[in-house]
Design a protein around this ligand. Structure first.
Ligand code: RIB
Ligand code: CA
Length: 318
């Protein structure tokens, strides 16, 4: 079975870390590397966190390349403390992971992506799960490599309810111009947005069972205090949303995602709708669909993929 070649672009935070484990713990995925971006936390923290997760699971063989520190146009003002991911981006654990000893590559995220696309004999899937700045920059600076991109499976967007404004999702609104470039690029896009990812959760009643699985789920569980509180107390969600993991799960088992093809564009000048992924669900505009949009998820088989990946990684690093 040919593996799916993937480059994940992460702003490692809690759900990015879990998605990294899903990608590295499933035999259908061949992770060529991780590129880092600002987003949940400033670039230095998201990069450190990415390296720390790879050291935690014993996968420092996978390269990391550092990307954008800010959006293309907007300013980036990270809060001192993220109510979702904590100050350090991995839940401010009582016993945090040790500072990383490994280093990122000395080439940029975009140059890493370009090299991997040039080297690969088959097209590569890009999986951005933070602001789309790195992917947009790749599109703008390497048009000659677009046919080496199989598809872009992104975590971001929403057809209706936002989490960073009334109508916009965090990854998109953090750099709407970058997202606009991606949606206009003509690349094949799968949009794993909030319509589905909020429903793809580890239930609060499942947390103890999750922690009890193995040393890795226990460690990840200990990161999730702030994250769980956010989804329970502020978002009133039935569990912790595994936003970023749905991108990888969609690649592993497309049956876990219910998706529709729609025309999507990103509002880059609206006063109240800036950063909205405007989704033409009723095809009023008559434009051809440019994205497969996740509208639902088969939650249990989705979450089981995460459990299985964690179990594999935990056993490999015993
Ligand atoms: O809106 C959810 C997205 O924003 C996820 O990628 C999460 O990690 C944050 O980046
Ligand atoms: Ca993310």
């Amino acid at each position: 079975m040919e593996k799916i070649k993937v480059i994940m672009d992460v702003d490692t935070g809690i759900d990015d870390a879990i998605a990294m484990c899903l990608a590295l713990g499933n035999e259908k995925i061949d992770v060529l590397g991780f590129t880092t971006t600002y987003g949940n936390r400033p670039l230095n923290l998201t990069t450190e966190n990415t390296l720390e997760i790879l050291e935690l699971i014993g996968r420092t063989d996978v390269p990391v390349a550092v990307g954008a520190h800010k959006p293309i146009i907007k300013e980036y003002n990270a809060p001192a403390f993220s109510v979702v991911h904590g100050y350090d981006g991995l839940g401010d654990m009582e016993n945090p992971l040790p500072n990383p000893v490994t280093k990122p590559l000395d080439i940029s995220a975009v140059e890493f992506m370009a090299r991997k696309l040039r080297e690969s004999d088959t097209p590569v899937t890009l999986v951005p799960v933070g602001p789309m700045t790195n992917v947009a920059t790749l599109i703008l600076t390497h048009p000659e490599l677009m046919d080496k991109i199989e598809q872009v499976v992104l975590m971001g967007g929403t057809t209706m309810k936002g989490n960073a404004s009334a109508v916009a999702e965090a990854n998109i609104i953090t750099d709407p111009e970058a997202a606009h470039i991606l949606f206009k690029s003509g690349l094949k896009i799968k949009m794993a947005g909030l319509d589905a990812t909020w429903k793809g959760y580890i239930g609060f009643d499942e947390m103890d069972d999750f922690a009890a699985q193995n040393w890795l789920t226990k460690t990840i569980h200990s990161m999730c205090g702030i994250y769980a509180e956010h989804y329970r107390d502020r978002m009133k969600n039935p569990g912790m949303a595994m936003h970023d993991s749905l991108t990888i799960a969609w690649l592993i088992n497309p049956d876990v995602v219910k998706a529709e093809d729609y025309y999507v564009t990103v509002d880059i000048d609206g006063r109240y709708t800036y950063g909205m992924t405007v989704t033409d669900v009723n095809n009023v505009l008559g434009k051809p669909a440019n994205a497969s949009v996740a509208m639902g998820v088969d939650r249990e088989p989705f979450i089981q993929l995460i459990y299985d990946a964690m179990a594999k990684l935990a056993a490999e690093k015993q």
